[in-house]
Design a protein around this ligand. Structure first.
Ligand code: IFM
Length: 651
């Protein structure tokens, strides 16, 4: 057993613990909550790939009804962890089997009462969640369990359901609803091992008289389904547990990496892998930036998946990697539509993809002072997303040599991404070169810049390789289009290291105010203020949100000599705020190559422990951005592999 534990109850940690103790199976994510909690505590049962938009608000994945709501009473005393009669409380997550547990002891009119609950989101059955509760008392006690499928749920931009109905049939309580926008039917049912009585308005009671020193066990088997999907039911909790535990055993056998003699590093790495496993898609969808921890970032898919998570799946779970790649190939038509909309050719992938369409709003941040939306240009200008998608396909091909996938849309996608950059570029007659102007690189604090090094190099590399492959797989793309790409890429401008060996992040970056991250932080007038955009504190300075040039080195480690990589690392690190969870791992990876193992290790921990420590920004202006950070988990895995590669082994 590999366990994450917390003793005591701190109301301040409720939301963070929802992330830290998240369980999931790639389809359903269930936040690390206690059964007595409700929407105020951000209980969330997030479903992958089911989107809804309502009343002109942001479209996002839906949180379904909560089948595991339960409030226990001992006699007429409420057993709520927040009550004054709580004596002790502990929460744990066994990450080797994806099992969440709580044990709370209460003092009830002279009796000591213990409530234990464990639950899991079934890794072997995507529709199933199970929970077992055991209550004991050292005096005779009548226990009353108020149970139900809670339909009053936490939503960021809801309400997403209409026609919400609940019913009780035998010992099953069921809630159904229909999403507002697309009319998707969501059904959540919970079967109880005890008899449910006094059913009213979605909730019922189960009662049990327990003799002193004895215990009572209540099992709940819940099923979540969309659009009348058939679910596989279990006879018992134990039967489901056997299947679930078996699936986890196999996963760890395929995925675990051992770090000799480093308990902290091992736990951090196991925890990162755990997070990657609980979000690995079960169907033809991809992974959202906050995994299955909620609706943050609209449940949309970013470059996080291809650049930070894919390497883990490619190495450990190739089927999942293939699914992720196919998601991008299948959404090529939407990317072409987006390019066309902006007046370009080729494929411009969605910055925040929901089924291929861009969920990113024109105003993605809200000002904390005026509460007015701020115009951001992520969706319009973060063109590197298309290079990232192409890069991922090429990586997949390098690893698998899967010609079939390349012939069935893979290579076409790469070339359409290259074609997009070609049509986006500007020919500078004086310098006789093509430039990529008015873009945003990975560092989002500097919007609408020219010739972002990461972007230019990425498009250069994917185009070169795409053209090479087009010559191998004839007839995938028109010969004249390939010829155009070939000529274009030879003249694409690639910023070179300056006399100090540093590559300028974008044209004019060196001319920005040379101040430290701390100085810029000191200028904040509000802790949640957005650092970027037109008036952000970082905008006119060299302070960057996240690894940018440094990230390029990780994707193409042989592009520049180690000495150049070191000089850039030393130059950019002091200016990096690490305001994105994608940043630490990028520095860890470069640190490995330039012989800074201590830096690499500490950046690895910063990445791997982010959700254990509760790190990462919670707000961008007035917009909530909390949740888990799977890109950091993927980055931590890459860093661990680079740092401990020689010692590591698969078990
Ligand atoms: O994709 C990232 C981006 O690089 C920084 N802002 C958050 C996004 C989602 O993680």
């Amino acid at each position: 057993m590999i366990e994450i534990k917390e003793n005591g109850f701190n109301p301040e940690s409720i939301v963070q613990n929802g992330n830290k103790f998240l369980t999931g199976n790639g389809y359903i994510g269930y936040r690390g909550m206690l059964d007595e909690f409700g929407k105020a505590e951000c209980v969330g049962l997030n479903i992958a790939g089911v989107y809804d938009g309502v009343q002109g608000k942001w479209r996002e994945t839906v949180n379904a009804f909560n089948p595991l709501y339960m409030h226990v009473f001992a006699g007429d005393t409420s057993l709520d962890v927040r009550g004054e009669n709580t004596v002790s409380h502990e929460t744990s997550l066994d990450i080797s089997r994806g099992i969440f547990s709580r044990k709370t002891t209460y003092s009830v009119r002279g009796a000591t009462v213990t409530l234990r609950t464990e639950r899991f989101v079934n890794m072997a059955n995507k529709n199933n969640i199970c929970s077992r509760t055991v209550v004991t008392s050292d005096k005779d006690m009548l226990f009353v369990f108020r149970v139900g499928v809670d339909t009053d749920i936490w939503e960021l931009n809801g309400p997403h359901f209409k026609d919400v109905k609940t019913k009780l049939t035998k010992n099953v309580i069921e809630a159904t609803g229909v999403t507002q926008e697309l009319g998707r039917k969501v059904r959540v049912a919970c079967e109880y091992s005890g008899e449910v009585t006094q059913f009213d308005n979605g909730f019922g009671l189960i009662t049990a008289f327990v003799k002193a020193g004895e215990s009572f066990m209540l099992d709940r088997l819940a099923y979540v389904s969309v659009d009348d999907e058939k679910v596989i039911r279990y006879e018992s909790y134990d039967q489901a547990l056997v299947e679930h535990a078996g699936a986890w055993k196999k996963l760890w056998r395929d995925c675990r990496m051992i770090i000799d003699g480093d308990e902290r590093g091992q736990l951090a790495l196991d925890y990162s892998i755990y997070h990657l496993l609980i979000i690995a898609p079960k169907g033809d969808y991809s992974i959202a930036a906050r995994g299955l921890s909620g609706q943050t970032y609209k449940g949309a898919v970013f470059w996080d998946t291809e650049i930070f998570m894919l390497p883990f799946y490619l190495s450990a779970l190739p089927d999942v990697a293939e699914r992720l790649i196919k998601y991008r190939i299948n959404t090529l038509p939407a990317a072409k539509e987006k390019a066309k909309y902006y007046g370009y050719g080729g494929a411009f992938y969605a910055w925040e993809s929901q089924d291929g369409y861009d969920a990113c709003s024109d105003f993605n941040v809200t000002d904390v002072f005026t509460h007015r939306p701020i115009r951001t240009y992520f969706k319009d200008k973060q063109i590197h997303i298309s290079a990232d998608v192409a890069y991922a396909i090429l990586e997949y091909y390098n690893r698998t040599a899967d010609d079939k996938l390349m012939l069935n849309g893979g290579l076409e996608t790469v070339l359409e991404c290259a074609e997009f950059a070609r049509t986006y570029s500007y020919y500078n007659h004086i310098k006789d070169r093509y430039e990529l102007l008015d873009v945003i690189g990975p560092d989002e604090y500097h919007e609408r810049v020219n010739n972002n090094a990461y972007t230019n190099y990425m498009f250069y590399q994917i185009t070169k390789r795409g053209v090479e492959l087009a010559e191998k797989f004839k007839n995938v793309y028109s010969a004249s289009a390939v010829k155009k790409l070939k000529e274009w890429v030879e003249k694409l401008y690639l910023p070179q290291p300056n006399a100090d060996g540093v590559i300028e992040q974008f044209d004019g970056y060196f001319g920005l105010e040379d101040v430290s991250v701390e100085t810029v932080r000191g200028r904040l007038a509000h802790p949640r203020e957005y650092w970027g955009g037109s008036g952000g504190v970082a905008t006119a300075t060299r302070v960057i949100k996240q690894a940018d040039v440094i990230m390029l080195f990780n994707l193409y480690p042989d592009l520049f000599p180690t000495d150049i990589q070191r000089k850039n690392y030393e130059f950019y690190l002091p200016y990096t705020e690490h305001g994105s969870s994608l940043s630490h791992c990028a520095y860890a990876l470069t640190a490995c190559r330039i012989g800074k193992p201590d830096d690499a290790y500490s950046a690895f921990l910063d990445s791997a422990e982010i959700d254990l420590r509760g790190g990462g920004k919670q707000w961008a202006g007035d917009v909530y951005i909390g949740g888990t950070h799977p890109a950091a988990s993927g980055g931590a895995w890459m860093a661990a592999k680079a740092i401990f590669g020689k010692k590591g082994e698969w078990t």
